[in-house]
Design a protein around this ligand. Sequence first.
Ligand code: FDA
Length: 389
Amino acid sequence: MQVDTAIIGAGAAGMMCAAYAGGRVLVVDHAKAPGEKIRISGGGRCNFTNLYCTPEAFISQNPHFCKSALARYTQFDFIELVDAHGIPWHEKTLGQLFCDTSAKDIITMLRKMMDDAGVQLHLQTSAANFAKHNDLFTFDLIAPSGTIPVTARHLVIATGGKSIPKMGATGLAYDIARQFGLPVTNTRAALVPFTFPDGRFAPISGVSVPSTVTAGGATFEEALLFTHRGLSGPSVLQASSYWQEGAPIAVNLTPAQDLFDTLRALRQQSGRRNLTTELSQHLPARLVAHLSQELNIEGNLADWSDKRLQDLCDTLKNWQLHPSGTEGYRTAEVTLGGVDTDALHARSMMSNDVQGLYFIGEAVDVTGWLGGYNFQWAWSSAMACARDL
Ligand code: FDA
């Protein structure tokens, strides 16, 4: 089979690139259906972009790399596309845009665009034996029906990262990069819950509280969720992308209030008020009961001097916790790191040294915050590539 462009991976980036590539385009994916991560994303409603998408919301060894692609295909371009296909959407919070009905609307849109462009999609098919001879790439399609040799002028790798192997995530992009001499940065699970030893938070699993979480110098304010294994929720997932193994995280359980002033004033009115009862006015009661044991909180307000009260409030504002690890790729939303951006053209995603070889989407060392940023990177990097083909 001879094509102009072969795209490996029919996820967000691969489908978007295929729709706009032009010429004879082949897309290969080993999954049963395209866009499986789109389908499950955003709780089934796909948080497809973010109104406030800027390069500052992305982590990479080269923080400037993402700028060109993001500027040349913006969140507003994708919103226009979604609107043109009549997909209803809404802003949930913090600029996060979700489908009103279902994430499947985005998959249907991308599939229609691929069909209209005459793209050949081969599912339940893997690709192996990649090579480059003169100006042409060659590889084998390994389908249930047999093996088909392919030649292509352009080879686009859009196989994503390693998160959620159960859904077919593999490190193929990194293997192909290394095979063609492109470096790959260290990779690790990101946007992932923290684990703690001994089921420390199991008794309060399900409790959610607005908090700020700080790790590696980055602070995020959103909900924190206690789980059987440890901590999750948006503020925790965001912080996990900045966390270094073995380092502590700092949790502020009372970001919006000066608890010390409030409690001291209450003590002046009536020292006989029970401290845990008063704390329960400001924090979930189950959390207060748990903290009472962890931090030895008992007695009436009158029993607490200014110094002790201040120390307690400081602890609630700067609770130092030591995660034992993360839940890893099993539940991570994304992979941090990937194909080294130093080896790619920022304008096109093409390899600096291997003419015609492109890497797009999560496979590249560009990782967005939670909130639609990772899909925007998939759309923007795919368009940067498609415009160059
Ligand atoms: P993606 O992973 O989408 O696609 C890669 C494709 O390559 C897959 O179809 C896979 O089957 C295929 N593939 C892999 N290895 C292969 C091989 N060896 N051979 C053949 N095919 C292979 N982001 C966001 O912005 N908003 C959100 O709401 C969410 N929500 C969310 C929820 C959950 C549970 C997860 C796990 C992730 C998210 N994300 C997200 C992140 C987002 O899904 C992710 O960043 C993009 O899907 C990345 O798009 P790619 O196309 O790069 O990879």
